[in-house]
Design a protein around this ligand. Sequence first.
Ligand code: URA
Length: 217
Amino acid sequence: MQAYSDARFPAVTVVGHPLVQHKLTLLRQKATPTAEFRQIAREISLLMAYEVTRDLPLDTVTVETPMEAMEAPLLSGKKLCFVPILRAGNGILDGMLDLVPSARVGHIGLYRDPATLVPVEYYLKLPDDIPERLVVVVDPMLATGHSAAAALTRLRQAGAAQLRFVCLLAAPEGLAVLQDEHPDVPVFTAAIDRCLDEHGYICPGLGDAGDRLYGTK
Ligand code: URA
């Protein structure tokens, strides 16, 4: 199945590729052990990176093959910066770097203030040339959308002009928040699930992505 959009969320691309869907099902299964979960997360994120880079602009350059000179395409301009939202975002970073090894990496850490429920930044490290790069924010789970929206806002303040967001699973509630706060940011996900439960977990989901990646529960 090709990538497709959802009528409710025009900025969203659902990546329907059979390998993505197969790997997502393996991630959902609660019996999948930590090491396997981590490996599959790496594989599926490589495929998500393939989709999110599909429209990168190309220049034409002259190259000398061993046979003759030719005009050939090469990525144009400054390239990519991946920004995982700590900690689960790190679990889908390496697969993306497998595909785009020259990308720069920034990190953003946010926690939710237990009293106000507002996301609070505790870590931020970005490359200096972030305004010239396509910035791809990554987090496996788009649940309430508040961390993702706060991360995108902070990256804009830091000068990021071209932003995209990649997750593996999205809740409609989180997509609505992103659509409201960042309608111009394209979102890529492997699936849109039914809803959030009362604790903010995606249903049917895959559980806590950080715990499943790092074996902390
Ligand atoms: N974060 C997770 O890891 N899982 C969810 O279902 C929601 C947020």
